[in-house]
Design a protein around this ligand. Structure first.
Ligand SMILES: NC(=O)C1=CN([C@@H]2O[C@H](COP(=O)(O)OP(=O)(O)OC[C@H]3O[C@@H](n4cnc5c(N)ncnc54)[C@H](OP(=O)(O)O)[C@@H]3O)[C@@H](O)[C@H]2O)C=CC1
Ligand SMILES: O=C(O)C(=O)[C@@H](O)[C@H](O)C(=O)CO
Length: 275
């Protein structure tokens, strides 16, 4: 994937990453190979996995079967529970490598678990993995400005991306500004609000006006905010729809109407509650 590939972002480590990737949380192991192969077939080149999802062996099988290993990026994440430490992170990475059958391209800290005060040590383990050439891109999930600032100040290494819950109820404008100022890509998790936004009348109206679906409107909104997203679907036609975002553009009025949907409502765990 070249840096100027349409539909990709150039990260602060010089690599390109597809803006829309395939989310794999809650995809059953028995469905995973089919879903990944369908996603690759319709054009996905970024697979968002994690050891916690329990389907990394099947991700590895699908990637090998596809013959596309060199053309795609696979993300994994260090879970950090029950033990969160420098050494344990290296062990978690080894386990993921064994399960996938290859090294992930992108490795993230799954949760900051700030009360344990270990995330800077975990970040140092990710830096080591990158320095050893075992992973290309390192980043974090659900980090706030305080935690990001500590990583940067104490290690001098800026995460390439922060994967955070974001959708029209929770646009994360403040954090996005911080990311933009520091060259960090905002990659949304649960970008469709776990499917709970589908009946919103504003989104339905905008979708009808453009002749697209509500998920397409929401994903296009993520892109027009300058971010990326990893929507999950197990249905081939929805996978295809969720990556088909170039045929229309939201107007300033559409963006303003979607801004009006912000309530702060979360559909996943608040990072403050995941320790
Ligand atoms: N870093 C972290 O801590 C976290 C990371 N994530 C990542 O983010 C990914 C996405 O988040 P997730 O929580 O799965 O939720 P999403 O916001 O991606 O929503 C997924 C839901 O939307 C439905 N859906 C998807 N596309 C369509 C469509 N075109 N039309 C109708 N329904 C649709 C899916 O149903 P169906 O499958 O039946 O199509 C599913 O019910 C995860 O899979 C994971 O990779 C998620 C949570 C936390
Ligand atoms: O947010 C939740 O409540 C979840 O169950 C998920 O976010 C899960 O914890 C996770 O980390 C998925 O990546």
């Amino acid at each position: 994937m070249l840096p100027d590939t349409p539909g990709s972002a150039l990260l602060n480590d010089g690599t390109a990453l597809q803006l829309i990737g395939l989310g794999l949380y809650k995809v059953e192991p028995s469905d995973t190979e089919r879903v990944v192969l369908d996603a690759l077939d319709v054009g996905y080149r970024l697979i968002d996995g994690a050891a916690f999802y329990g389907n990394e062996r099947e991700v590895g099988d699908a990637v090998r079967e596809s013959g596309l290993r060199g053309e795609l990026r696979v993300t994994s994440k260090a879970w950090g529970d029950p033990v969160m430490s420098y050494d344990e992170t290296l062990r978690e990475f080894d386990a993921t490598e064994r399960d996938l059958g290859f090294s992930p391209d992108v490795y993230l800290i799954h949760w900051p678990r700030a009360s344990r005060n270990e995330y800077v040590n975990v970040w140092r383990a990710l830096i080591r993995l990158r320095e050893e050439g075992r992973v290309r891109t390192i980043g974090v999930c659900s980090f706030g400005e305080t935690e990001l600032t500590r990583l940067i100040d104490e290690t001098g290494v800026v995460p390439a991306l922060n994967q955070v819950e974001s959708h029209p109820w929770l646009p994360q404008h403040g954090l996005r500004e911080f990311h933009d100022a520091h060259g960090i890509l905002t990659q949304a998790w649960s970008p469709l609000g776990r499917g709970r936004l589908m009946d919103d009348p504003v989104l339905l109206r905008i979708a009808a006006e453009h002749g697209v679906s509500v998920p397409q409107v929401v994903l296009r909104w993520h892109l027009q905010l300058g971010g990326a997203a990893v929507p999950k679907s197990t249905h081939r036609e929805r996978l295809a729809q969720n990556i088909d975002l170039e045929g229309f553009a939201l107007t300033g009025e559409d963006m303003a109407a979607i801004a009006g949907l912000e309530t702060g409502r979360r559909t996943g765990t608040n990072p403050a509650d995941r320790q």
